[in-house]
Design a protein around this ligand. Structure first.
Ligand SMILES: [Zn+2]
Length: 296
């Protein structure tokens, strides 16, 4: 399939996109957690992959090459945003552009994969990670789930396996702290001391509040118990699978015949998106645009 796609076979290229779209979507979705630009970054990544197939060394290196391109696109998105070309998350422009503000990637992960208990807690904790840690998490999550190898993760990060291991270790420590924060905030009955601290909090996860709440949980006799019985996250993620691609995104990058076949479950599960005529018209326009660009 990869060789045929390299030779310019349109059907093989469509099939390649259909097969790897969920992987790219899961990396970008988790790294950017529901930012309105997730679909754009995924679409741009797939276009770059198709446009760069000539430069691929061998079909066996395809997946790591694909993941590296995906990470490049994510870093490019951050750079554009840092330069002011894209509004930062949480701004007014974002609120206007998000199709369904309630459904960030964490929510999708929980509902589509049916997570509960410590799995759910871990998914919620990812909201509290720093941005670059969340990009690392998105790869490591897929490694733990069995979708990527450590070698692929290291290559995508442009790090040696040893250095990647150190980074993963650090990120996991932050994730563990974030899980305790999630536990403390959802404890019932809530801790009185914690309620006092969070009285001035706007409810948006941030590094500052992660540190504040974690500091409280370390010194509070009510909350300190949250640090125990944390099942190692990699064990929780084994075999979790990929969050299916939503109908809107599938419509943006795939020909219609492949949308029906390739993501039937996603279409049936996506009750909140793709239902309005406006969205599908927009999707159609962008799909046409994408296919034109692909041919040039
Ligand atoms: Zn407390």
């Amino acid at each position: 399939m990869i060789r045929a796609a390299q030779d310019g076979n349109q059907q093989a290229q469509d099939a390649l996109v259909a097969e790897y779209l969920p992987l790219v979507y899961n990396i970008v979705g988790r790294a950017l957690n529901g930012h309105a630009d997730v679909d754009d970054v995924v679409q741009e990544t797939m276009l770059r992959v198709l446009g760069g197939l000539d430069g691929l060394r061998g079909p066996e290196t395809f997946r790591s090459w694909l993941v590296a391109i995906t990470m490049n696109q994510i870093r490019g998105h951050w750079r554009e945003r840092a330069s002011g070309a894209i509004p930062a998350g949480g701004g007014l422009a974002d609120a206007y552009d998000v199709v369904d503000p309630g459904a960030d990637f964490v929510d999708l992960t929980i509902t589509r994969l049916g997570l509960s208990g410590q799995r759910r807690e871990t998914a919620e904790a990812t909201r509290w990670l720093d941005e670059d840690d969340r990009a690392l998490l998105s790869l490591w999550w897929l490694e733990s789930a069995g979708e990527l190898t450590r070698a692929e993760v290291a290559e995508a990060l442009e790090l040696s396996p040893q250095h990647a291991a150190v980074r993963v270790q650090r990120m996991k420590a932050q994730l563990e702290t974030a899980r305790v924060v999630v536990r403390a905030l959802s404890a019932n009955p809530p801790c009185g001391g914690l309620r006092q601290i969070t009285a001035g909090w706007d409810g948006v996860p941030s590094a500052l509040w992660r540190k504040r709440l974690a500091r409280h949980a370390r010194g509070c006799s009510v909350c300190e118990g949250h640090w125990s019985n944390l099942v190692p996250a990699e064990g929780l993620l084994v075999g979790l699978g990929l969050v299916p691609v939503g109908a809107v995104l599938a419509g943006l990058v795939l020909p219609p015949d492949l949308v029906e076949v390739g993501s039937a479950s996603a279409v049936s599960g996506a009750s909140g998106d793709g239902s309005s005529g406006q969205v599908s018209a927009r999707a159609q326009a962008r799909r046409d645009r994408a296919r034109r660009r692909r041919r040039t």
